[in-house]
Design a protein around this ligand. Structure first.
Ligand code: ADP
Length: 348
């Protein structure tokens, strides 16, 4: 593992940890030359180094050319358009001045081309006045969709291009933090929409021409349209539940892809609900997991704490997966977990 923070969650879990900046060309190149196969856990990696490593014969998964498209929302949107993949209509604006000249395109969502994530690179613009707060950099201006459901579907593409899909999950967002509130699997969808979602997600993943794990986020609207929102070429938040709820977890699947082994079974063992554990508002400092023992007593709840030392408001500190055949039971236990378990700063 290569990371600049020696106390990052992965550092204690890997065989070898190298401290270094994943955005630095020489650092990534030197690291990559010592291994057989490379993958990424975040998109903001030095891409030129990965391209050079691939030229030198290293296996890089996902392929850098797929990463180049995905890390820039402008190229990503053009990719969808170029492959006739349904995604909200958009225009490209190079700066705020150009943005301000396109009030005719509202209501819309401005998405910064490079660097945004977890909702930090996205602004909803309903009227011209909202544009004054817009990003002053190359970005996408995308039509606002009247969203019915937000879905995610993970597609695994094996080294030999074998395709496997996980069942779609439904994501429910916290409107204040603009972060995932909870996610339920499988998403409840009319059969026609289900097949559309699966076919679209497969088309997205397949055309990157790369092995890897691709998490495709989609929207549906009330009229039954399905749109691709964005794709992540890596293990994803929307796949955390697969650890307990599916025969082959997304991590197991990624290892199989990296090692050129046959794909695993994506079927679910039980329906699940996954909650992110976010740092409590107003709490910054060494993390304390208040109510943890009470949640550990719930026999169908599985707690994952990432081991980040410091909590901050809204920071992802872990997650809890609940398993049950009954949707009511999933929702009930989730609300118990939410009320009980809080990530606060230790009292000093
Ligand atoms: P990020 O990559 O930062 O997570 P997203 O592109 O997923 O950003 O957008 C964050 C959220 O903004 C989405 O989950 C959705 O709720 C909302 N959103 C994004 N695009 C649209 C759109 N075209 N119409 C309506 N809401 C949108």
């Amino acid at each position: 593992v290569l990371e600049s923070d020696t106390e990052c969650p992965a550092s204690g879990l890997c065989n070898r940890f190298v401290k270094g900046d994943i955005r630095d060309y020489e650092t990534v190149l030197a690291f990559g030359r010592q291994v057989d196969v490379l993958t990424i856990e975040i998109e903001h990696v030095n891409l030129e180094a990965l391209e050079e490593l691939e030229r030198e014969g290293k296996t890089v998964i996902p392929r850098p050319k797929a990463l180049r498209i995905i890390r820039d929302k402008i190229l990503q949107k053009e990719y969808y358009r170029g492959h006739s993949i349904p995604s909200p209509e958009f225009i490209v604006v190079k700066d705020r001045a150009e943005l301000m000249s396109r009030a005719d395109f509202l209501p819309a969502v401005q998405k910064i081309g490079m660097g945004g994530y977890d909702g930090r690179g996205v602004i909803v613009m309903r009227e011209a006045a909202d544009m004054e707060q817009g990003f002053d950099s190359p970005s996408v201006l995308e039509k606002l969709v009247d969203i019915d459901k937000e879905l995610a579907l993970i597609v695994a593409i094996g080294a030999g291009r074998e395709e496997s899909v996980y069942p779609p999950v439904e994501m429910v967002f916290d409107p204040v933090l603009n972060l995932l509130d909870y996610q339920i699997c499988p998403a409840v969808l009319p059969e026609k929409i289900f097949w559309k979602v699966e076919a679209i997600a497969l088309t997205v993943a397949r055309n990157f021409d790369s092995p890897g794990l691709f998490a495709v986020e989609l929207f549906t609207d009330k009229a039954g349209n399905v749109y691709v929102n964005e794709t992540a070429p890596r293990v994803h938040n929307s796949g955390h539940h697969t650890i307990e709820a599916h025969y082959c977890s997304q991590y197991d699947m990624l290892m199989r892809i990296l090692l050129g082994l046959p794909p695993g079974n994506t079927d679910m063992i039980l329906p699940s609900l996954m909650l992110n554990l976010l740092g409590e508002p107003g709490h910054s400092g060494p993390a304390d997991y208040v109510g943890l023992n009470d949640v550990l007593r719930i026999d169908n709840a599985f707690v994952h704490i990432y081991g980040k030392r410091e909590t901050r408001p809204g920071r992802k500190m872990g997650h809890v997966t609940v398993l049950s055949r009954e949707k009511q039971e999933l929702l009930h236990q989730a609300s118990v977990v939410k009320r009980t378990l809080k990530v606060q700063a230790k009292a000093t």
